[in-house]
Design a protein around this ligand. Structure first.
Ligand code: MEV
Length: 391
């Protein structure tokens, strides 16, 4: 992590957007905050482009991840998300701050083989070296940088006899890796089918990137949770009870997890990452034990409230919009992350902060007073206000 200065910025929210931008811009070496996405660039990124769709970009303050202070850019249309994350990060830093880790950047490609012959599993398992060499030959640049296919699993009778699925596990380094893994899966599918004595079916990554998990935790003393009319201990007990509710009820777990993604999606969008892929993987992970469960949980330990979150976090610092979108480049620079694994660690920390903010409000004064106060303030501009689309 490349520290960029303090994240506690008292009065930041009271400044004008121009003053905030001035302050933030001093921390980044890339010019992107003032540049934005042009229609020409948009046209090179997608098909049939007619313009760019702009969203508010704001900065959540107070974050401390693994002892490093950092500012969190968020692209989001919902009022109160940034204030809530900043507020939760302020509470968390009174305790441990966020302590985060991420697995190595292993993405998994699936190759489906239909109607495999008898003994397919054994033959496939004996051909790992050959398949790895073939897969790597499709991505020489990745291999030259130290990445490439690492291992392979064979899953028989997936959904019934007649379907075998080979999983290729690929170290994608600092890329999210979808294109790399898909290319590799396509490159080896015919050979895999030949070895298995079957026919190739689908060749595509799985977004359930369960070898690429990221996790964060924090321990917050009760005193830091106090809010008007609510002693800190009561808030802690309420957050822990809300966590139990989410663990017992998929209807509540869905909303609990939505609160986590308020932070994660906004952060990933600002950093030019594929938040749909992360959402898909996280929801599948949340349902891995047969019922949909909360991705973050909270419990009381002594006089602390302790939160934990874990989920697949397939994110990248190179490729796609993270490289092509000037503001995404500037946002990544502002956060100070130096590799995909650090980006994943910040993302889950932001998710845990957003979850804490929601549960603390829900178990005390309720969500509407704070949310609607900001909502009322922020929504006064009519949609056709002159000049809102100027850079
Ligand atoms: C609203 O955007 C998110 C919440 O509903 C999350 C939650 O209920 O935990 C407040």
């Amino acid at each position: 992590m490349n520290p960029k200065g303090k994240s506690r910025l008292p009065g930041f929210h009271k400044r004008s957007p121009a003053k905030r931008l001035e302050e933030i811009s001093q921390r980044v070496s890339k010019p992107g905050f003032g540049v934005g996405l042009t229609v020409e660039k948009a046209d090179a990124m997608i098909e049939n482009a007619v313009g760019v769709f702009r969203l508010p970009l704001g900065i959540a303050t107070n974050f401390m991840v693994n002892g490093v202070e950092l500012l969190v850019p968020m692209a989001v249309e919902e009022p109160s998300v940034i204030a809530a994350a900043s507020n939760a990060a302020r509470m968390a830093r009174v305790g441990t701050g966020f302590l985060a880790q991420a697995d190595p950047p292993i993405m998994t490609g699936q190759v489906e083989i239909l109607d495999p012959a008898a003994g397919a599993r054994e033959r496939l398992e004996n051909s790992v070296d050959e398949i790895a060499a073939l897969a790597d030959s499709a991505q020489p640049e990745l291999v030259s940088l130290g990445g490439g296919m690492r291992t392979m699993d064979v899953r028989c009778d997936v959904g019934g006899p007649g379907r075998l699925v080979v999983h290729l596990h690929v170290d994608c380094l600092d890329a999210m890796g979808a294109n790399m893994v898909n290319t590799m899966a396509e490159a080896v599918s015919h050979r895999l089918a030949e070895i298995a004595g079957g026919r190739p079916g689908l060749r595509i990554l799985t977004n359930l990137a369960d070898r690429r998990l990221a996790r964060a935790s924090c321990a917050i003393p009760f005193t830091a949770l106090e809010r008007e009319g609510f002693p800190g201990k009561d808030v802690a007990v309420g957050v822990s009870a809300a966590s139990d509710f989410a663990s017992s009820d998929p209807y509540r777990a869905a909303t609990h997890n939505k609160g986590i993604f308020n932070g994660i999606d906004a952060f990933l969008l600002a950093c030019g990452n594929d938040w749909r892929a992360v959402e898909a993987g996280a929801h599948a992970f949340a349902a891995r034990n047969g019922s949909y469960s909360p991705l973050a949980t909270w419990r009381i330990e002594g006089s602390d409230l302790v939160g934990k979150v874990e989920m697949p976090m397939a994110v990248g610092m190179v490729g796609g919009a993270s490289t092509a979108h000037p503001r995404a480049v500037a946002c990544l620079d502002l956060v100070g992350v130096e590799c995909a694994s650090e980006l994943a660690q910040v993302a889950v920390s932001v998710g845990l902060a957003s979850n804490l903010a929601a549960l603390a409000a829900l178990s005390s004064e309720g969500i509407q007073s704070g949310h609607m106060r900001l909502h009322g303030k922020k929504q006064r501009l009519p949609a056709d206000t002159e000049g809102i689309d100027s850079e």
